[in-house]
Design a protein around this ligand. Sequence first.
Ligand code: BDR
Ligand code: CA
Length: 312
Amino acid sequence: PVPVLLDCDPGHDDAVAILLALGSPDIRLLGITSCFGNCAVEDATRNAQRVLALAGREDVPVAVGAAGPMRGELALGNYVHGISGLDGPELPEPTVAPVEETAVQFLARTLDESPEPVTVVVTGPMTNLGHLLTERPDLTEKIRELIFMGGSTERGNHTPTAEFNTYADPEALDVVLRSGVLLRMVGLNLTHQALATPAVVARMSEMPHEVGRTCAAWMGFFGDSYHRIWEFDAPPVHDPCTIAPLLDPDVIGWRDCFVAVELDGTWTRGTTVVDLHDRYPDEEANVQVALDLDAERYWDLVLAALDHLGAP
Ligand code: BDR
Ligand code: CA
């Protein structure tokens, strides 16, 4: 199995990403680190723990991460994910405390101790990784690749041009983009192909266990937000799109591109600039950018993992 560290801000789609990782025997989840984002970091931590409790996997360590960005103002996504950051169905409360190390300490130690390079997945703001690679640039050698949900080749969601995760901490993303780590970016242009249609939600709710039914209820809350704010008919389930390609290399098509993030800009702070057509020939490609999703394969992977976790 691929060793994975998951840094996240759960969040309905982060929660599904956690379940996809836990329910896939080809992945060994070494730990979860939390970050502010969809909600305050305390809530994101608790939500990660509640998802682990739902899955019966409280053996996976959780470390508390950043409460705010490296620079600039705090942005939170409660307007999408509710007061708790994971509103909707009731969840079991955690019975295990987070580890005493901070997220950055936990990530550094886990990478230091790993005999093999580790895949790092980030589905929230890039803050924890920004701090880690600033303090310990040598650790790039221990990261097999870093795959993140953020940005877009097209337009944004939190602002007209900036996606939420990249808006929430552009400086941290900038550190990572310049770090030399093998990077894969899964932006809105890709995740808007990952829609939880009524047919997908029905497959979840018909599962004979709590894991499937809980996911269906999450999609209900998340879908209502997406309908109210962005007029979507079905919610895009962004974050598991970072895990799926670790399980099936053909689920996403990629292109090597130069990617930068706008740190200033009167209206465009946090916007990713993706050079799809080599308009900056002097800039080397630094990111594999996700372009096409095979949605059928994607949902088959997600639903199989939920069933694997939920079935007795
Ligand atoms: C991203 O922001 C959050 O709302 C989601 O969890 C996802 O990571 C989408 O812009
Ligand atoms: Ca997220």
